[in-house]
Design a protein. Structure first.
Length: 54
């Protein structure tokens, strides 16, 4: 499983264009999570792990 990380640019200067691009990236990432029902997959995976640990 791949996890995309969002890092902070400590040496970059914020711009309106960059802020818009970041907002679009977040919107699209959230849409993908919603469309793929990823939170259900994660919660089911956690539930399986918790039951196997007991």
């Amino acid at each position: 499983m791949q996890v995309e990380r969002i890092g902070t640019g400590r040496i970059a200067t914020r711009t309106e264009r960059g802020d818009r691009m970041f907002a679009v990236m977040v919107e699209r990432s959230c849409a993908a999570i919603r469309d793929l029902d990823s939170l259900t997959v994660v919660s089911e995976s956690i539930g399986r792990r918790d039951r196997s640990v007991g």
